[in-house]
Design a protein around this ligand. Structure first.
Ligand SMILES: *[C@@H]1O[C@H](CO)[C@@H](O)[C@H](O)[C@H]1NC(C)=O
Ligand SMILES: *[C@@H]1O[C@H](CO)[C@@H](O)[C@H](O)[C@H]1NC(C)=O
Ligand SMILES: *[C@@H]1O[C@H](CO)[C@@H](O)[C@H](O)[C@H]1NC(C)=O
Length: 464
């Protein structure tokens, strides 16, 4: 194997795994792509949905500043102390390591003392705005799994926009606005993420929570990923099954947490008073000591390992998929159209593996229980109207849309859109609770029932 850094310690475990228990013990970890199981035909591979571990993504990014010469110290200049705006004899000098503040210092390890930080030039050209773009690029789609946290060394800016790109920096959308006065800065009413709900979770808000002050002690700005997850998974994120269910069926929700690049647009430094003190412009600048971005490579639930090789992140695709995000089927494995894996049913998910192209099916995989009859599905009625799609016609209860012509339902559901409980159709549902009596001896079914309860407990699909 080539010398690459593995993002996941599961790498070897997965590739050399021989016999493992068929169901992971922990819900929603999706940390293996396949296991071997015994069937009447002997040992066979059982494929399941899988994803790389969530990790610190700042190790894999490239940072770019605009304007490019905005970092302080070239030429050397003096600035006022952050805690005391009347002490203005601090020096920034790019050519002296102890006095330089290059952008890399936003991503280094923060020991306690002294903290290291990037710093901009001061606002000496006031009233021309002091604006800086900090662009973080991964050249790879990643899924955010924890709050983005930006720690300022200076006061937090009076105005700032966090933006994201999903197409490697070609187009940008705002993620969140930050201002001391949202109405004045962006003509938006101030809001907090806590004011949102399941139905408005994708709303782009302006918040005043993180912009108060030049002199306050709090230096941190959040973009709240976990609070948004909590609308589906509960306040302690216990019910991840419910979140995964929604992510599975709602592309817009999945895309909301997916980025290839982030951009921090610093629009106006902390001023603290109503008026800028024109005699002491060396008080005004930006300084950032730390940026945290946690996430995982997006591999469409077809890989547990993402390698960093030649300064590039790539999924190690399983299930006979290929591409940087495992976004297509390998050559000769186009027996049915590619589709992402599915988180459902919990806990194994559905691998949706690519299968050999029709011409090369000598031996169709017997263990693929979901698509036993390939020819009838692909060939029949190509002009048939859409039964489902990602935007308007959702398969319900965690079903996934295949090829726009049918929903793949979790085991307990049936019907064109998986709208019916299978037990209802068989007339065997339990009493008032609407739940089946748990069948004995099957951990998978038990978990599925728990999932059902969880899904039934949440509100309907998102209004987006
Ligand atoms: C920052 O990026 C935005 C687009 O995201 C662009 O409109 C703006 O001109 C850039 N500002 C600077 C200072 O480069
Ligand atoms: C992918 O292809 C290889 C080689 O033909 C085969 O051994 C393997 O079982 C396939 N995997 C899946 C998930 O279909
Ligand atoms: C697949 O389905 C078609 C149409 O429903 C049927 O004619 C054919 O016999 C089926 N093939 C197999 C292998 O079950």
């Amino acid at each position: 194997m080539y010398l690459s850094r593995f993002l996941s310690i599961h790498a070897l475990w997965v590739t050399v795994s021989s016999v493992m228990q068929p169901y992971p013990l922990v819900w929603g970890h999706y940390d293996v792509c396949k296991t071997q199981i015994y069937t009447e035909e002997g040992k066979v591979w059982d494929y399941m949905a899988c994803q790389p571990e969530s990790t610190d993504m700042t190790k894999y990014l490239k940072v770019k500043l605009d304007p490019p010469d905005i970092t302080c110290g070239d030429p050397p200049e003096t600035f006022c102390a952050m805690g005391n705006p009347y002490m203005c004899n601090n020096e920034c000098d790019a050519s002296t390591p102890e006095l330089a503040h290059p952008p890399e210092l936003m991503f280094d390890f923060e020991g306690r003392h002294p903290s290291t930080f990037w710093q901009s030039a001061t606002w000496k050209e006031y009233p021309k705005p002091l604006q800086v773009n900090i662009t973080l690029s991964w050249s790879k789609t990643i899924e955010l799994t924890d709050n983005i946290v930006i720690t300022f060394e200076s006061g937090r800016p009076d105005q700032m926009i966090l933006e994201k790109s999903l197409d490697y920096g070609r187009t940008w959308q705002p993620y969140q606005y930050y201002a001391t006065d949202c109405l004045d800065a962006f003509h938006m009413d101030p809001k907090s993420v806590k004011d949102l709900s399941q139905h408005t979770v994708l709303e782009i808000i302006c918040t005043e929570e993180y912009s108060t002050g030049y002199m306050t002690n709090s230096k941190i700005i959040h973009f709240e990923i976990k609070d948004r997850f909590a609308f589906f998974a509960g306040p302690w994120l216990r019910n991840m099954a419910s979140l995964y269910g929604q992510l599975d069926t709602t592309k817009k929700l999945r895309d909301f947490f997916t980025v290839t690049d982030l951009r921090i647009r610093l629009l106006r430094p902390a001023v603290g008073e109503i008026f800028v003190d024109e005699l002491h412009l060396a008080r005004y600048f930006y300084a950032i000591s730390d940026i945290k971005v946690h996430g995982r490579c997006k591999c469409n639930l077809h890989a547990t390992v993402c390698v960093y090789d030649n300064s590039k992140l790539t999924c190690e695709c399983e299930h006979n998929t290929t591409g940087p995000d495992c976004g297509k089927c390998k050559k000769n494995y186009q027996g049915r159209p590619w589709s992402p894996g599915s988180y459902l049913p919990i806990p194994k998910g559905t691998a949706n593996t690519c299968i050999p192209s029709i011409s090369s099916i000598g031996n169709p995989p017997k263990f693929n229980r979901i698509w036993p009859n390939i020819s009838s599905l692909e060939v029949s009625n190509p002009k048939q109207a859409n039964v489902c799609d990602n935007e308007l016609l959702h398969c319900q209860n965690g079903g996934t849309c295949h090829n726009n012509v049918r929903c793949l339902c979790p085991a307990a559901y049936t019907g064109i859109l998986c709208e019916k409980l299978r037990c209802e159709e068989a007339g065997s549902c339990g009493s008032d609770s609407g739940q089946e009596a748990p069948p004995r001896g099957s951990p998978a079914l038990l978990l599925l029932l728990l999932l059902l309860a969880a899904l039934l407990g949440t509100a309907g699909p998102l209004e987006i």
